[in-house]
Design a protein around this ligand. Structure first.
Ligand SMILES: [Zn+2]
Length: 363
């Protein structure tokens, strides 16, 4: 079975001017996939997106927010100028339309995965979504693609348990807000694993003691990493926290908010990952998908601002989705300082387990 790659030129129509989150991010990825001939490999298939319906957008966003983006885009068309939504998020005339396709591309991939047309998928979409919550756009994001995808699984696809893994360098605060009280759908249960740079860094949330409330209590699981953390921080989180929880929770579908701004060269962040690190994380996630989720993984693109590094990191993730685990493009491995590793093993992980203990039998 093939791996789907969601892509369409509509995603280039969300224009942002001189901004790190620009159409050139997707252009660089697609150019690299062509250059490496990955797109000629019959194991990969381009999936054309559809528009999400407004009812689907309403699964997580308020009506007022939908109106707001429509009006901002109309104003942008009328004035022929980009419009500021907040201090770092802008919209152009076709941002609203591109956003509907950004969500819809993810939903299209879900349909094909569940129908068995494709094995798994990577949605190369923009605008990204994980900083937007029910009532506010933020951090380069318009509609929260991954949150709507999760609710779509529950409301339209009969999935009862799903996991979101967000490995973007920035905390997925919008997604966390949306699910802080649990999933919107009565029939669905969602667990969110968030790993991110933490400490004097945008958006400022995502400490280990933010664990959800009400129906969502114990289901928001944050792994705040100090600046300078590298590839070796993630296996500790995976083995100590993600595996035991997934063994107990048994997710039927795995959604990934994939940012590639953890790379050591990224201009907006201070992390120290290589471009093979996300793919190595994905190999681990795949073991859970194989065991419980019938291999069902959908990755959606969030951030990542060093174009050549991001393209290599995406390529590596596609190789892993296609079970070519040994075909990664590698750079020199990087290691965290020993004090950092000690912090993860001796302080953060025990504190996190203590916090989660009342809600998970595995701890
Ligand atoms: Zn980010």
């Amino acid at each position: 079975m093939v791996t789907g790659i969601v892509y369409d030129e509509i995603y280039l129509e969300h224009k942002t001017g001189n901004h790190p989150e620009s159409p050139s991010r997707l252009i660089a990825i697609m150019d690299f996939l062509k250059e490496t001939k990955l797109l000629e490999d019959p194991n990969f298939k381009i999936i054309k997106p559809r528009k999400a319906t407004l009812d689907q957008i309403r699964y997580v966003h308020r009506e007022r927010l939908i109106k707001e983006i429509q009006e901002i885009c109309e104003l942008s068309a009328k004035t022929r100028r980009l419009q500021e939504i907040d201090w770092d998020t802008v919209a152009s005339p076709k941002t609203y339309e591109a956003s509907l396709y950004s969500v819809g591309g993810n939903l299209q991939a879900i349909d094909k995965i569940i129908n068995g047309n494709i094995k798994n998928a990577f949605a190369l979409v923009r605008p990204p979504g994980h900083h937007s919550n029910s009532h506010r756009f933020a951090g380069f994001c318009i509609f929260n693609n991954i949150a709507i995808a999760a609710e779509y699984l529950f409301k339209e696809k009969g999935i009862k348990r799903a996991v979101i893994i967000d490995w973007d360098c920035h905390h997925g605060n919008g997604t966390q807000d949306i699910f802080y009280h649990g999933s919107k759908s009565e029939s669905g249960e969602l667990v969110m694993f968030n790993s991110h740079q933490y400490g004097n860094f945008y958006p400022g949330t995502g400490n280990y003691d933010e664990i959800g409330t009400d129906k969502g209590i114990g289901k928001i699981i944050n792994y705040p990493m100090p600046a300078g953390s590298t590839d070796d921080a993630i296996p500790i989180y995976f083995d100590e926290i993600i595996v035991p929880i997934c063994e107990e929770f048994k997710p039927e579908f795995i959604l990934i908010s994939a940012g590639f701004d953890t790379h050591w060269t990224d201009r907006n962040t201070d992390m120290n990952w290589t471009y093979q690190a996300p793919a190595n994380y994905l190999k681990k996630i795949k073991t859970i998908a194989q065991k419980y989720a019938n291999n069902r993984i959908l990755i959606t693109l969030e951030g990542g601002y060093e174009l050549d590094k991001q393209a290599r990191a995406v390529y590596n993730c596609l190789k892993v989705l296609n079970d070519e685990d040994d075909s990664l493009i590698q750079e020199e491995p990087r290691k965290s300082r020993s004090e950092l590793l000690n912090y993860f093993k001796k302080r953060l992980i025990p504190a996190l387990k203590e916090k989660l203990k009342p809600y998970w039998a595995c701890f």
